[in-house]
Ligand binder design. Structure first.
Ligand SMILES: O=C(N[C@@H](O)C(=O)O)c1ccccc1
Length: 329
């Protein structure tokens, strides 16, 4: 008989053992060219009220860099740790992305720096920013949150940061090209204004870069070549904070919001959005354990989605199951 088109639902892959991985605060997730999950976590370091002074200078240098491997490569099917690297380099890991050649790009909010790590022995090939020195110019970031590398131009986009409100763009060899964005002024947030640009995702088919404008609880997108504002995606269902975004070639945009503030009714959850229309197509939460501070999200073309949580110290895997709306026989 005639069947209605299947309806996709995203739900936790409850047989995936990765939720039991022993991790520190999970800050960044990415997929490598082989679709392995790569996790950036803080080992035994935590970001709390004592981590920075009022000028955003990191206060816990005495701890030394994290001695555990902060970057884990995980088998997507059985969650085995295929590789681990990144020890004795970082103080407070934050963003992670992987470029088309498989190089890792990470940010460290304590160092106020962006690192490019080579595919092989992961030694830094490029470092942007000045170690432990917050600032806001061509050579200084202030708690940079994420980094994305354009697959065509090789240009490097940095979302900077907690204590800045800009997107800074660099050439493949690290020369400053341009920046855009400003602090959100009192009252309604205007286009191009940020309150913690927290996560980046490139949308190559549309020549755009989208930003999780965290405390404005919205996604802003820009033309990646010029920084020109193209659109905002915002829903009441996002609540106060929108933490992370991940675009999937083919037109889907995934996002995750923050725990409800006192008085908020919107629950913390993952979102699957239609990039072109901005509409919410599905929402999802874990079955095992619960979101505490979901911090990053990464999705692949087959609608496999991972969410990493900085407070639950957990990564969940979600997959898309096609539920036939109903069959007429
Ligand atoms: O948001 C915060 N942290 C998370 O995003 C994170 O851990 O990356 C934070 C802000 C102020 C003080 C302490 C932590």
């Amino acid at each position: 008989g005639k069947e209605h088109a299947g309806d996709f639902h995203i739900e936790e892959a409850v047989d995936w053992p990765g939720v039991n991985l022993k991790l520190g605060q999970v800050s960044g997730l990415a997929l490598d060219p082989k679709n392995n999950l790569v996790i950036f976590h803080r080992g035994d370091h935590v970001w709390d009220r004592n981590s920075f002074d009022s000028s955003f200078v990191y206060q816990q240098r005495g701890l030394g860099p994290i001695e555990q491997n902060t970057i884990l490569v995980i088998d997507p099917s059985n969650a085995e740790v295929l590789d681990s690297t990144g020890k004795n380099l970082f103080y407070l890991p934050h963003g992670l992305s992987i470029d088309k050649d498989g190089n890792y790009w990470v940010t460290d909010v304590a160092l106020h720096q962006v690192f490019k790590l080579g595919v092989h022995n992961k030694e830094p090939l490029l470092i942007l920013g000045r170690s432990l020195q917050p600032g806001s110019d061509k050579n200084h970031f202030c708690q940079p949150t994420d980094v994305a590398v354009d697959p065509v131009t090789g240009n490097i986009y940095v979302s900077d940061g907690y204590c800045n409100s800009r997107i800074a763009v660099f050439s493949p060899n690290g020369m400053f090209i341009m920046q855009w964005g400003e602090e959100t002024s009192i009252g309604k947030a205007k286009p191009g204004q940020f309150r913690i640009p927290h996560s980046l995702t490139l949308v190559p088919e549309f020549g755009q870069l989208c930003v999780a404008d965290r405390e404005n609880g919205r996604i802003q997108c820009f033309r990646s070549e010029t920084g020109e504002f193209t659109r905002e995606i915002k829903h009441k269902l996002f609540g106060t904070e929108l933490f992370a975004v991940s675009y999937v070639p083919g037109g889907l945009l995934f996002a995750v919001n923050g725990m409800p503030y006192p008085g908020d009714i919107e629950p913390v959850q993952g979102f699957m959005l239609n990039f072109s229309t901005g509409e919410i197509m599905d929402t999802f939460i874990p079955v095992r354990k619960s979101f505490e501070m979901p911090h990053d999200i990464v999705a692949s073309e087959d609608k496999t989605v991972y969410i990493g949580d900085a407070h639950a110290k957990t990564v969940w895997k979600f997959t898309s199951t096609e539920k036939m709306e109903h069959r007429s026989v």
